[in-house]
Design a binder for this molecule. Structure first.
Ligand code: UDP
Ligand code: MG
Length: 319
């Protein structure tokens, strides 16, 4: 961390179809975060909105020159939008937060204080997830257990993307070029000092969430496969185990045939073994497929996002 008097901090806010939330967010931010705390830039990343999000941001910019935006050419997903923000964050630190005020701006002074004490990451820890269903909470917990087991990287519990990260953390993240952006894992990967600050996560202020069960499942798959090859290795051990069992069974059949002669062997047990092994083989091929597919995407090395506009470069605000 640089020991500057008034640090420059970029507040990265990914937005997709959030025309109803922008004004409210900027107003709350200004009301809850003292302007002299840092030299703030509120950098909205428009992730392919199809409503009037950009127009609303433009209008807000006329009132508050701290507001800026990057416009992506289409919807690349929140992870790509955050990456775009980090790539363009040129201050001493960056704060990532949602526009729906589920990440309360009043936490920011504490974040900055912790950062000044020398922490590279200060993340918000949700003290309650009352607004989430039991199933969502249970599956989240299960996922983080599995992730830590498979990758050896610990993702703190009940932590989202809401965080402040230091300059060297931003620089470290920029060195991770993968297309598969599992940010929670990427944030944990550099291993710089981190501390959590507890907060109550309120319900979404306006608009609607765009994450559903299927998206979250794919998110979990991306997370595990991009940080671990354990799912591939499992099948080696399964194979060894099953082959060993089959070998013992073969010995039994040979001995029994020698001793008692050949009786017609059971059809049903044959079917069971056949179907069981067929199933295992299909699953393992599927798992290999998951990795091959990701390899394919990564080797193409396409950019993570494309920029349509950057308000700090191409469209200065009218005075
Ligand atoms: N978001 C985005 N791109 C997307 C989906 C969402 O930039 O494809 C933004 C959205 O505008 C919001 C943040 O990501 O600022 C969190 O989204 P949301 O509140 O819907 O998610 P939840 O809080 O339910 O996890
Ligand atoms: Mg939200």
């Amino acid at each position: 961390m640089t020991a500057v008097e008034t640090p420059q901090i970029t507040v990265i806010v990914p937005v997709k179809d959030e025309q109803a939330s922008i004004d409210h967010f900027v107003a709350e931010f200004s009301a809850r975060v003292a302007a002299d705390l840092a030299d703030f830039t509120i950098l909205f990343i428009d992730d392919g909105s199809t409503d009037n999000t950009i127009e609303v941001i433009e209008a807000t910019r006329r009132r508050d020159p701290r507001v800026h935006y990057l416009k992506l050419t289409r919807n690349f997903g929140k992870e790509a939008a955050m990456t775009a923000g980090l790539d363009h964050a040129d201050g001493d630190a960056a704060i990532i937060m949602d526009v729906d005020l589920q990440d309360p701006p009043e936490m920011i002074p504490q974040f900055i204080q912790r950062w000044r004490q020398g922490y590279d990451t200060v993340y918000g820890v949700r003290t309650s997830r009352d607004e989430d269903t039991h199933a969502k909470r249970f599956s989240a917990r299960l996922f983080y257990k599995l992730f830590t087991m498979a990758s050896g990287i610990t993702i703190p519990d009940n932590v989202g993307d809401f965080r402040l990260i230091s300059r060297r953390m931003i620089d470290a993240l920029r060195q991770l070029p993968e297309r598969n952006r599992f940010m929670k894992g990427l944030f944990a990967w550099p291993g710089y000092s981190a501390i959590g600050v507890p907060y109550e996560r309120p319900a979404r202020a306006r608009g609607q969430t765009s994450f559903n069960g299927w998206k979250l499942w794919n998110f979990a798959l991306d997370g595990i496969t991009s940080f671990s090859s354990l799912p591939l290795r499992i099948w080696t051990y399964c194979g060894i185990f099953i082959s060993f069992g089959a070998f013992l069974y073969m010995l039994k059949i040979i001995v029994a045939t020698l001793l008692f002669g050949n009786e017609v062997p059971g059809y049903s047990s044959m079917m069971c073994v056949l179907l069981f092994l067929g199933g295992i083989q299909l699953i393992s091929i599927g798992v290999i497929g998951e990795y091959v597919g990701r390899l394919y995407i990564e080797t193409k090395a396409r950019p993570i996002y494309l920029l349509e506009a950057d308000s700090r470069r191409d469209s200065p605000v009218d005075p």
